[in-house]
Write a protein that binds this ligand. Structure first.
Ligand SMILES: NC(=O)c1ccc[n+]([C@@H]2O[C@H](COP(=O)([O-])OP(=O)(O)OC[C@H]3O[C@@H](n4cnc5c(N)ncnc54)[C@H](OP(=O)(O)O)[C@@H]3O)[C@@H](O)[C@H]2O)c1
Length: 255
């Protein structure tokens, strides 16, 4: 049976990946901070899908914890065939706030950990000649909404570069760029969502199903749903001054 390691596999998009991968028969390794929630998620998945689920409690803002997860990915005796670099959270702190800590934590979890885990998985998978890496970026990466946009833009470019580096090795890399998805994300980050139209909300299970179809097709960038593909086509072809103005309006609706 293939094995998939999902960071942030206890909630929202990561939990949807865990369910979908388990449903197709993959064994799982789930990574998150909350050990009790990891155990209960693992128990539910074992009983619903009959797969093996290992839990690996880790805070991906802590380098020693990231190293432990990287060692698990490097262990050729227990190969991991799919890595989903998904753990993350919203950051809507201003770039001029005196305390840079929230931005630094976000960079640690959504840039540094992704880099270390992607490298460890890429090396191990390349040696075996197959594997898939999914990095959860965001459509916010096409906008200019603070450090979150910058971080997710990094995730897009990083994924394209890693895909180039691993081309021809049997290892695929896909950046997933979701629009707004109903998860715990907005409440955890204290982000107001009342002004977001219903039509722009995506469901995590449908999003993940589309993403995994894109992974199977070898796509490097996955933007689930027609409406977000159309929107992002417009954003990518609009003048950057217009994108900055739209980003400013969106950001101010949140403060
Ligand atoms: N929801 C959206 O609208 C949306 C849109 C675009 C992109 N995304 C991206 O999708 C990814 C998943 O977000 P979500 O919406 O599913 O959020 P969520 O429901 O809040 O889930 C976040 C998951 O990440 C884990 N996590 C958070 N900080 C962690 C840390 N320091 N170390 C290890 N695990 C950590 C959480 O578990 P613990 O708290 O137990 O650690 C949880 O399992 C993120 O990368 C996010 O940026 C979300």
């Amino acid at each position: 049976m293939p094995t998939a390691l999902v960071t942030g596999g206890t909630s929202g998009i990561g939990a949807a990946f865990a369910r979908r991968l388990a449903a197709r028969g993959d064994d799982l390794v789930l990574v998150a901070r909350d050990a009790a929630r990891l155990e209960s998620t693992a128990a539910e998945l074992r009983s619903a899908y009959g797969v093996e689920v290992e839990v690996l409690p880790a805070d991906l803002s802590v380098r020693d914890d990231v190293t432990r997860v990287a060692e698990r990915l490097a262990d050729q005796a227990r190969p991991v065939d799919v890595l989903v670099n998904n753990a993350g959270f919203g950051v809507h702190h201003r770039l001029t706030d005196p305390d840079p800590a929230p931005h630094e934590r976000a960079i640690a979890v959504m840039v540094e950990a992704v880099l270390v885990l992607g490298g460890a998985a890429g090396r191990a998978m390349r040696e075996r000649g197959h594997g898939a890496i999914v990095n959860v970026a965001s459509t916010a990466g096409y906008l200019a909404m603070g450090s979150y946009s910058a971080i997710k833009a990094w995730a897009m470019t990083y994924s394209e570069s890693l895909s180039n580096e691993l081309a021809g090795t049997g290892v695929t890399v896909t950046a997933l760029a979701p629009g707004w998805v109903r998860t715990e994300f907005h409440e955890r980050a204290d982000i107001t969502t009342s002004s977001i139209p219903d039509a722009l909300w995506l469901e995590a299970d449908a999003l993940v199903a589309e993403c995994l179809a894109d992974v199977d097709a070898g796509k490097v960038v996955s933007i689930p749903s027609r409406r977000y593909r159309a929107l992002m086509f417009a954003v990518r072809h609009a003048p950057r001054s217009a994108v900055r103005a739209a980003s400013r309006r969106l950001s101010s609706s949140r403060h």
